[in-house]
Design a protein around this ligand. Structure first.
Ligand SMILES: [Fe+2]
Length: 375
């Protein structure tokens, strides 16, 4: 047996703790920080809240030009902005912003590399400058993973590097309390898909299992409460922790065919990642149920809190969560036409990185049959 697990160097969490950000910057020895964020976060006042304690310790600039589901052009822009002597990057936002903060931190330490040259595994040459990642959703787990996702040539591609892992994952529950219901629902279900897919992954190990199972318990117990009572900071905190735990789980064990499908649909139909991940989740559980055996029962136990020995209850529970939170549960609801399914299946089977970790093999015919069920 041989396992290795990577995770953020430091995890800071609580609610109304934003004043602590100065201490974090100080302990990293930073002098000049670039805050990477987007316009919405800036409008919500998060930049100002972080700027105050941060500016007592370091010189601070900001870049707020990140759009959802960022393309390589955005990555190049943030990379250029970061090459002005910054030794600290602070990301405030959802997964897209945090991923671009990782690109900024890599670019600041690698003036000779274009952002496009980071694409792939272990392509960042010098270790990135320090980064503090502050998620404002409880979903992608980007603050805990070695991945940054970028749309290049119409496909979602990954920059995977241990240098992408946060020095500080800073979980401020109060920042996630402003999420609209639909975003709470979709990002929370994305976190659940990370927990479940990494638990089913052939790359799972005993440590990622414990992170994944705890994430499932927390999400099952808190997501619908956070959805219906957005100001419940305890539920928000539990969701932030769950998303991060799920991030550590999938950052090491990997996600499976569900994410091959979710990314293919998300990119082609411009659907937010959490929506396509939520839609795919119960179907990919069903698809893998026999191959995964006992693992499905363990998922059911984590989600339902009792050992029913019945995996179908886990699938029904996950489907019910999406339905109760008004998320789409069929591809036809996303504007996918039946004629598109064949070409979607062709693209899904090209995602070999995800498929090789799937417990049950997926060829073109199987992918098509699954997409037809989802339709
Ligand atoms: Fe995801």
């Amino acid at each position: 047996m041989y396992y290795a697990v990577q995770q953020p160097k430091r995890i800071v969490f609580g609610s109304e703790i934003v004043d602590k950000i100065g201490e974090e910057a100080k302990s990293l020895g930073a002098k000049k920080a670039l805050v990477v964020t987007d316009e919405t976060m800036k409008k919500l006042g998060f930049y100002e809240k972080v700027h105050k304690p941060l500016s007592e310790v370091v010189e601070v600039d900001f870049f707020d030009g990140i759009e959802p589901e960022p393309t390589l052009a955005t990555a190049e822009k943030v990379a250029n902005a970061s090459r002005a002597g910054y030794d600290l990057i602070v990301g405030i936002g959802g997964g897209s912003v945090l991923d671009m903060a990782k690109v900024a931190a890599a670019a600041a330490a690698n003036p000779d590399q274009e952002a496009g040259e980071f694409l792939g595994a272990n392509k960042i040459v010098n270790p990135s400058v320090s980064k503090i990642l502050i998620p404002t959703t409880a979903g992608t787990g980007s603050e805990a993973t070695p991945f940054a996702l970028v749309i290049a040539d119409g496909k979602k591609k990954a920059i995977a590097s241990p240098y992408n892992i946060a020095d500080v994952a800073f979980l401020e529950a109060a920042f996630t309390a402003t999420m609209p219901q639909r975003v709470t629902a979709s990002t929370g279900m994305d976190a659940l898909s990370h927990a479940i897919e990494s638990f089913l992954s052939l790359g799972a190990n005993p440590l990622t299992d414990s992170f994944a199972l705890e994430a499932m318990r927390k999400i099952s117990a808190n997501l619908e409460e956070a959805y219906s009572h957005g100001n419940n900071l305890k539920a928000r905190m539990e969701m932030s922790l769950a998303a991060m735990l799920a991030g550590i789980a999938f950052g090491n064990a990997g996600v499976i065919a569900g994410h091959a499908i979710a990314h293919t649909i998300g990119t082609r139909y411009n659907v937010p990642h959490g929506v396509s991940a939520a839609l795919t989740l119960p179907y990919i559980m069903e698809y893998n149920a026999d191959a995964a055996g006992e693992r499905m029962n363990a998922i059911a136990k984590a989600l339902l809190g009792e050992d029913t020995g019945d995996a179908s209850k886990a699938i029904a529970h996950v489907r019910g969560m999406s339905e109760r939170m008004q998320l789409p549960t069929r591809l036809s609801e996303l504007g996918v036409s039946k004629e598109d399914l064949r070409s979607l299946a062709e693209d899904v089977v090209k995602e070999k990185g995800y498929l090789k970790r799937n417990p049950r093999e997926m060829d073109f015919e199987a992918a098509l049959e699954l997409l037809e069920r989802m339709w």
